[in-house]
Design a protein around this ligand. Structure first.
Ligand SMILES: [Zn+2]
Ligand SMILES: [Zn+2]
Ligand SMILES: [Zn+2]
Ligand SMILES: [Zn+2]
Length: 667
């Protein structure tokens, strides 16, 4: 297992919808069960090895297999730790406003809508607004965004009053201490300094150590410890300053460590070891005498509010289960955030709420919002999705098992497992993510044979329209698999700012899959969204930008069709991912209003949708799309924020379009 799940998770959710995380559903506080025998680590003081092996200092996604738990105490010691989440074992308590935390048999500890009146929460109601305990940029964005407000240099200038914009330089300032973090302004740097002070010194020491480890090695060695370690360290340093009351909800988050096997624990152990080294808990072996190392490390841990190295590992496990993807206002993943209150939310594949950052995750009071996207009746549990809703059942099941260690039993998953024959008189509901085109090309759908769950009933599928059976042999499984691989590669290219490579990687898979399945199919929808992101970046910089815009617009039409499939049963109206996709399509139609659309035969889509006639027809189609998008954005990011930052851009796009149109009419 090479990389930390949280980072996989981030990549898997590029622009994919709301950030989400939380404790496992239906999971009582983990019992203090002993770790499996093969996970038993050696006490640090008894080991000949350095607490942090040199190979652990490589970049996080490439972290090699390392006997990383060696810095930790015996399994017996770990097992004696009290279980986490001891607060409110049996009672309910009011969280904030009209929310209640309850503990139930079926759901464990979670958040419920409990208004004092009988009123339901409607889509667009902000249920919870909190400031995350910490929010940090992921390593990929450290050079291009402000470490405090998460803005790029251009975004920071746009946010300034117009009079000041000319005087600012369009560049971020690098911290002269660590030369790692950047800031958009002196104000952001000053505001971040109380926390960055310790981090800055640690980054300097870490980079020096990494450089000396790198000597004679061919592998690339990262000069900073990675997103997770920076987030965890900030959390502990902030806890030192703010005190035990502030940290209590963090230490009460669910850990799931008791449910993990050694393979799942290993990458977390690597992170814990790197965290201990980064924070100066464990030093390089030559830095202090052997006999003092263990007790000195223990004292330094205690100063951070942790009783033992086993509790440090617990802390990392809590983070792994409970951290959120800190997404931009338009849902691109930028980093991670820890917000213990929101982490109490349980998961459903048919969520009634979403976790969003309407104005981005940067320093701003109440930046993390939980917004209702469906009606929630009094006494209903508030449920968000921890996974990308465009994932098929098998993929959702895999993600939930690997990162959150539970099996979902929502209505959607139950249906997928049962494959129940339709009740008499009612049309069978076919999950649009699992659908394939009828092989007779009648336009009907057939259920895909892929379930990824041995316990699921076998599929006996025929076309929803003409009744034809599925073609044999069915090659869609291979196409799906290579599509998944292409998606992973393309997302890495986007992370490293190589949109052309991402676009090249995606085209073939999109062509193959769009011939086999409707745009709602898995993983076609995710591939198209990734390709659209790449094309929009390319259209801004490359030549042939009109061609790129045309193709991005065609993809936009297919993406919106895919998200609205099956009457919005998967992405309901007001789901943030759907609202943002519609806003993007509206803007593309307007930006591309003069395009000639002549390249349709070169489209990556097997049967590309027709673009509205260039000129007025396309501009008006864009306008209609923006109006609809605005309504959904209010639902997705909250009426109280007027649809967040994306809502504001849509209103201003509509304004300038209407000004142009009235000019034309006046002529
Ligand atoms: Zn800033
Ligand atoms: Zn610094
Ligand atoms: Zn489910
Ligand atoms: Zn058919």
């Amino acid at each position: 297992m090479a990389s930390f799940q949280a980072l996989k998770q981030q990549r898997a959710r590029r622009g994919a919808g709301a950030a989400s995380a939380g404790q496992a559903r239906a999971a009582p506080a983990p019992a203090a069960t002993p770790a499996p025998a093969d996970a038993a680590p050696q006490p640090a003081c008894a080991s000949e090895e350095a607490p942090v092996a040199a190979q652990e200092l490589v970049a996080e996604p490439d972290a090699p297999e390392a006997a990383s738990t060696q810095a930790f105490e015996s399994a017996a010691t770990m097992a004696q730790l009290p279980a986490c989440g001891s607060r409110a074992e049996s009672t309910s308590y009011r969280l904030r406003g009209e929310l209640e935390v309850r503990r139930t048999e079926a759901s464990g500890r979670s958040i419920w809508w409990a208004p004092t009146s009988v009123k339901s929460a409607t889509a667009g109601t902000t249920l919870l607004a909190v400031s995350p305990h910490v929010a940090v940029l992921s390593s990929a964005h450290l050079d291009s965004r402000c470490a405090l407000c998460f803005k790029t240099a251009d975004e920071a200038i746009e946010a300034l009053p117009h009079t000041a914009s000319g005087s600012s330089s369009p560049r971020l300032q690098r911290c002269s201490g660590c030369r790692t973090l950047h800031y958009c302004s002196a104000a952001c740097q000053r505001a971040d300094w109380p926390l960055h002070r310790q981090e800055c010194a640690a980054l300097v020491a870490y980079a020096a150590s990494a450089a000396s480890s790198a000597k004679g090695q061919t592998q690339r060695v990262a000069s900073e410890p990675g997103t997770s370690v920076r987030a965890l360290a900030r959390l502990l340093w902030a806890g030192q300053k703010k005190g035990a009351d502030w940290m209590e909800p963090v230490h009460n988050m669910q850990s799931n460590r008791g449910k993990m096997d050694s393979q799942q624990l290993e990458p977390l152990g690597t992170i814990a070891a790197r965290l201990a080294f980064f924070m100066g808990v464990t030093l390089r072996p030559d830095a202090e005498p052997d006999e003092e190392r263990s007790s000195a490390a223990r004292a330094r841990l205690a100063a951070l509010g942790l009783a033992s190295s086993a509790q440090l590992l617990d802390f990392v496990c809590q983070y792994a289960t409970n951290s959120f993807t800190a997404a931009s206002s338009d849902l691109s993943p930028l980093g991670v955030a820890v917000a213990p209150e929101a982490a109490l939310l349980n998961h459903s594949c048919v969520p009634n709420a979403c976790v969003v950052f309407p104005f981005g995750p940067g320093a701003r009071e109440g930046s993390l919002r939980v917004v209702a996207i469906r009606e929630i009746k009094p006494g209903e549990e508030i449920l968000t999705s921890y996974v990308d809703l465009s994932d098929c059942y098998a993929k959702r099941r895999q993600t939930l098992a690997e990162r959150y260690l539970f099996a979902c039993s929502c209505a959607m998953c139950k249906h997928a497992r049962r494959r129940a024959p339709p009740k008499a008189g009612r049309a069978a509901w076919l999950d649009p993510r699992e659908a394939q085109w009828c092989s007779r090309a009648c336009g009907g759908w057939i259920a895909s044979p892929l379930t990824g769950d041995e316990t699921a009933a076998p599929v006996s599928a025929s076309c929803s329209k003409c009744g034809a059976p599925r073609a044999q042999p069915d090659t869609s499984a291979q196409a799906r698999q290579s599509g998944e691989q292409a998606l992973e590669r393309a997302e890495r290219f986007l992370d490293t700012n190589e949109p052309e490579a991402a676009w090249q990687t995606l085209q073939r898979s999109i062509r193959v899959l769009s011939a086999v399945m409707p745009p709602s199919g898995y993983p076609l929808l995710a591939l198209m969204r990734c390709a659209q992101t790449a094309l929009i970046e390319l259209a801004g910089s490359s030549d042939a930008s009109e061609e790129k815009l045309d193709e991005a617009t065609r993809l936009g039409l297919a993406i919106c069709a895919g998200m609205q499939a099956a009457g919005g049963a998967v992405f309901c109206a007001a789901h943030p991912a759907r609202a943002v996709a519609m806003a993007t399509l509206g803007k593309l139609l307007i930006a591309d209003a003069q395009g000639d659309g002549s390249q349709a035969q070169h489209s990556c889509l097997a049967s590309p949708p027709r673009l509205p006639q260039a000129g007025m027809e396309r501009a008006l189609a864009g306008r209609a799309m923006l109006v609809q998008a605005h309504e959904e954005l209010l639902g997705a990011f909250g009426r109280d924020t007027q649809g967040g930052a994306v809502g504001a851009t849509v209103r201003s796009a509509l304004q300038s379009l209407d000004a142009e149109l009235s000019l034309l009419a006046a002529r």
